[in-house]
Design a protein around this ligand. Structure first.
Ligand code: 5AD
Ligand code: SF4
Length: 435
């Protein structure tokens, strides 16, 4: 019997890359590759990359540099770059780093087995097309192995919004939705293998149109699958939160009370310059409507500080908006100019100013996050257990609101969903007892 070849995949960036990496590993499984946890013994290394900010992109080149010794020791080692850096600068990667055998953009993963086979014969391969066919359909069916209790499922890719700072419309292309029946088949299969919570993924997931009633229609059909206990989705644009989706937050029990709804900034002048197509007041009104149907909804957001031309007054408007919303969690970033995007050409805010604003913003968001977490103490929440904790007899899971919860309990297994009374709130997680 031939030895299986070893595949090391390193994933950067968003959850869609996590999902894509899983699918690539499965596709290469069909060619006899098994995954390994370290690059040291790999026959193939695949970096699934992120291009969203400069730092993310630069990491790829420093990581590749580290593989020089490995390649010298094992000339047959194949090195591939996938993901959004591959899409954006494929040729540049091959030029800058001759170690690389294979470059494959996010829309071409179904061609990976063929590309790998050719690279195996010594050819340098580059594929950054946007083909017509659905890559997920052409990737092999997901293997039948048992799975953990939570899974990601990509239902939509690409973006037509063209926010002035963002590379996604260029790296991931136009909005495309997978048909609902295929998503439902994949979801049923995941549930059969032990998955109890599915997070639907898309760069603009609420712009999903693979179902006649949009994302809400898909969620309602998923909710009918026995054994599936929880549904989440990420990430959304405020302008695509339609009536049906708002209503689903009110009356679909399986849809969890947590919503990631990025606003990026709180100043109307900056929102306009960002091409976000809505005002701060419209965003706040939307949140009010969501809270009217689901009062305990936790909101999460993304924020950019130091967008070109942002003044102290603009920045204060962002702090005011955050004060008005009260976020349960948030991600915040210093603006990073991305080649080819409109904002990269504009007057930049000095780095020290960005640092200062980021600190102030994160201090406020940190306080809010902690206050909402502390407010869970004394409440009873659903917890889906995922794994054993560090202490003997302890299990860890996620609450409906996506808080990590530690519970000392006997007889609870990963995949169990139990009611838990929260008794304490630590720096990053809650402690509870079975109710
Ligand atoms: N600079 C900083 N942050 C960015 N994001 C997207 N593009 C940039 C950029 N050029 C952030 C946005 C987005 C999140 C995924 O990354 O907040 O919502
Ligand atoms: Fe980027 Fe999101 Fe704006 Fe699309 S909506 S351009 S993915 S930030």
């Amino acid at each position: 019997m031939t030895q299986p070849k070893k595949l090391f995949i390193k994933t950067y960036g968003c959850q869609m890359n996590v999902y894509d990496s899983e699918r690539m590993a499965e596709a290469l499984g069909g060619q006899g590759y098994v995954e390994t946890a370290t690059p040291d013994d790999a026959d193939m290394i695949l970096l699934n990359t992120c291009h969203i900010r400069e730092k993310a992109a630069e990491k790829v080149y420093s990581e590749l540099g580290r593989y020089k010794g490995l390649k010298e020791a094992k000339p047959d080692l194949k090195i591939g770059v996938a993901g959004c850096v591959a899409q954006a600068e494929g040729r540049e990667i091959m030029r800058r780093q001759p170690l690389v055998d294979l470059v494959v953009g996010p829309q071409s993963y179904h061609r990976l087995p063929e590309l790998t086979a050719k690279a195996g014969q010594g050819a340098k391969m580059l594929d950054t097309d946007f083909p017509e066919e659905d890559k997920f359909e052409h990737l092999s069916a997901r293997p039948k192995a048992a799975r953990g209790p939570t899974a990601f499922l990509t239902v939509q890719e690409g973006c037509d919004k063209f926010c002035a700072f963002c590379v996604v419309p260029y790296t991931r292309g136009a909005e495309v939705s997978r048909p609902a029946d295929r998503v439902l088949t994949e979801a049923r299969d995941l549930v059969e293998r032990g998955v109890r919570e599915i997070t639907l993924l898309g760069q603009n997931v609420n712009a999903y149109h693979g179902h006649p009633r949009g994302l809400a229609g898909l969620i309602r059909e998923l909710a009918r699958i026995d054994g599936l206990a929880r549904i989440r989705f990420t990430t959304s644009h405020p302008n695509d939160m339609d009536e049906e989706l708002i209503a689903a937050h009110g009356d679909c029990d399986k849809l969890m009370p947590y919503l990631h709804l990025p606003v990026q900034a709180g100043s109307d002048r900056i929102l306009k310059r960002m091409n976000r197509q809505h005002t701060a007041a419209q965003y706040l009104a939307l949140i009010e409507r969501l809270r009217a149907v689901r009062p305990d909804l936790h909101l999460s957001g993304d924020f950019i500080v130091g967008f070109p031309e942002e003044t102290e007054e603009d920045f204060r408007a962002t702090l005011d908006l955050i004060g008005a919303v009260r976020y349960g969690s948030a991600f915040s970033f210093k603006y990073s100019p991305r080649p080819g995007t409109p904002a990269a050409e504009r007057a930049q805010v000095p780095e020290a100013e960005k640092d200062d604003r980021l600190q102030r913003l994160q201090a406020l968001l940190g306080q809010q996050q902690k206050a909402l977490q502390d407010a869970m103490v004394g409440r009873e929440v659903g917890v889906l257990f995922e794994k054993t904790g560090r202490m003997p007899g302890q299990m860890v899971g996620k609450s409906d609101h996506l808080h990590a919860v530690h519970v000392a309990c006997e007889g609870v297994r990963p995949g169990d969903l139990r009611q838990v009374r929260i008794v304490d709130s630590g720096p990053n997680s809650l402690k509870g007892v079975l109710a």
